[in-house]
Design a protein around this ligand. Structure first.
Ligand code: NAP
Length: 483
């Protein structure tokens, strides 16, 4: 299979925060990969901006080192050298007035203009105001903003209002990099490009859904930052909410930004408030010399969760009676993200003593080893009568797609090119973000008002015992966490 590279229009992309971690790890290597793929037009400009005083040559050196380190490219790769020609730099303090006219001087008219705000959210307003005030951005410019988009409903609303003073909604690209992952987009392809699943995709045939995002790393090194957030703010309100929406939403009338986002919004609005007994929070414990969460967070009394499991109900016709179980955590047994859809058992078995048919299960693996696994019942081979056995129909996308499947583009590559194309489908709309906070806020507030401590769990385990009970009381089980 040959992947098609669809060229994008000529562009000027300004990266605010070009000297920072995200630019180095993701944005610059992602742009380089798109350049190698032939998608970056010959005259496109990538302009770095940050407070650090440096000239173009120093910025190119910095970018080359970052691309070599995080993009797995040799420092002397000739394509890297060519790519650097697209880069330049201007020193700007987002909160000062210097540098803006130099930036304006670099921008060309008549090409796509995009401004990537890869800086702390507290600076979004300053940058938006100055881009407009200095006449650099216009009604066609696009801005890209990073997570976290607020830490509750009121801060998200304030951020939306700040941006709205200078940019229309159609100009704002709120990144949730999960939406840029190939396999996450595949959820839509699997659901809406096959006739097989959609007729069964409802409470009549689906017993429950499990969404798991498990990490093996702890929060060491960024504990004080994470401690202000916790798993609900860091993972559930954004990434897991997006996965839930893509699984639960109605088919949009078209694969069009607002049609898709309207359907996701309806799911978020249909979420029932979470009952106190339907959530379990956990913190990983010290393990020998390895510190536990409170030590990593630098606060021995921290009540912030490094793990959360919850039972979520969606109040609409399609999902009445089918719970969605979500769990995510740090320092778990394996690094894995998957969505498992467990169907109901056949209503009647025609086979007497041959083993009861088990429920079908569809597992969509987002990482690692992206693919799908459908468990089906078949007859056990041999002459011993009709005995049933469950077997997996297993497909790894890498095997199925050949070389293209081996080298899936990083989420940032895809998302940045979508910004240039002007396609907002894989970006969160303002009302979507606010609705997600409106559902999450009371869950966080109830916890903050209480005195309960998170349940302890061992590093390298599947999470706290209490989370197992959340499932057992419904006569269900979590899937094993394994890579
Ligand atoms: P970072 O490493 O701290 O970088 C911050 C950048 O902002 C630096 O380039 C810094 O450069 C620049 N900056 C700071 N103050 C400035 C000012 N007054 N005017 C102009 N530039 C200023 O942060 P980061 O990790 O790259 O994160 C950037 C954004 O992405 C944040 O919103 C973060 O939440 C989000 N994000 C990051 C990641 C990640 O993996 N890193 C993942 C998801 C989301 P100077 O010091 O040279 O000014």
């Amino acid at each position: 299979m040959v992947s098609r590279v669809i060229p994008v229009e000529d562009f000027d992309l300004v990266i605010f925060g070009a000297t920072g971690d995200l630019a180095h790890r993701k944005i610059l290597p992602g742009l380089f990969k798109r350049y190698v793929a032939g998608q970056v037009p010959e005259s496109a400009q990538i302009i770095g901006a940050a407070r650090t005083e440096q000239d173009d040559a120093a910025f190119r050196d910095m970018a080359a080192a970052a691309i070599a380190e995080f993009g797995g490219v040799a420092r002397d790769d000739p394509q890297l050298k060519d790519f650097l020609r697209h880069l330049s730099y201007v020193a700007i303090d987002a909160q000062g007035e210097g540098g803006w006219s130099a930036l304006k001087g670099k921008m060309r008219g008549g090409v796509v203009q995009a401004f990537y705000f890869s800086v702390a959210p507290a600076l979004f307003g300053d940058i938006a105001e100055r881009l407009a005030g200095h006449g650099i951005a216009d009604a066609d410019s696009r801005i890209v903003v990073e997570k976290p988009f607020g830490r509750d409903l009121s801060s998200a609303k304030a951020l939306n209002q700040t941006l709205a003073q200078h940019f229309d909604e159609h100009q704002i690209y709120r990144i949730d990099h999960y939406l840029g992952k190939e396999t996450v987009q595949n959820l839509m392809a699997v659901r809406f490009a096959n006739v097989l699943f959609e007729p069964l995709w409802n409470a009549q045939f689906i017993d429950h859904v499990q969404i798991t995002v498990a990490e093996t790393v702890g929060v060491a090194g960024r504990g004080s930052y994470y401690d202000k957030s916790g798993a609900i703010r860091d993972m559930v309100q954004n990434h897991m909410m997006q996965l839930l929406c893509l699984i639960a939403m109605e088919p949009p009338y078209h694969f069009d930004p607002d049609a898709v986002r309207d359907e996701k919004l309806k799911v978020i609005r249909a979420l029932e408030p979470l009952a106190p007994g339907d959530i379990v929070r956990g913190q990983y414990q010290a393990d020998g010399d390895e510190p536990g969460y409170p030590q990593d967070a630098g606060d021995g009394h921290s009540r912030t969760e490094s793990y959360v499991a919850m039972k979520v109900r969606i109040s609409n016709w399609r999902w009445q009676g089918t719970p969605f179980y979500l769990r995510t955590g740090k320092k778990l047994r394996a690094r894995t993200s998957e969505i498992a859809i467990t169907f109901k058992e056949p209503p009647h078995s025609i086979f007497d003593d041959s083993g009861t048919p088990k429920a079908n299960e569809l597992v969509i693996r987002l990482q690692p080893n992206e693919g799908m696994n459908l468990k089906v019942m078949i007859k056990e081979p041999g002459p011993g009568g009709m005995r049933l056995v469950q077997v997996p129909l297993d497909m790894s996308f890498a095997d199925a797609l050949g070389p293209d499947g081996q080298d899936m583009p990083d989420a940032y590559e895809r998302l940045i090119m979508d910004v240039i194309r002007g396609n907002q489908t894989l970006f969160m709309r303002g009302d979507e973000v606010e609705a997600a906070w409106a559902w999450t806020d009371p869950i966080i507030a109830a916890w903050e008002e209480g005195k309960q401590r998170p349940e302890p769990y061992d590093a390298g385990s599947s999470g706290p015992e209490e989370a197992l009970r959340l499932m057992h009381r419904d006569n269900r089980r979590w899937r094993e966490i394994r890579a």
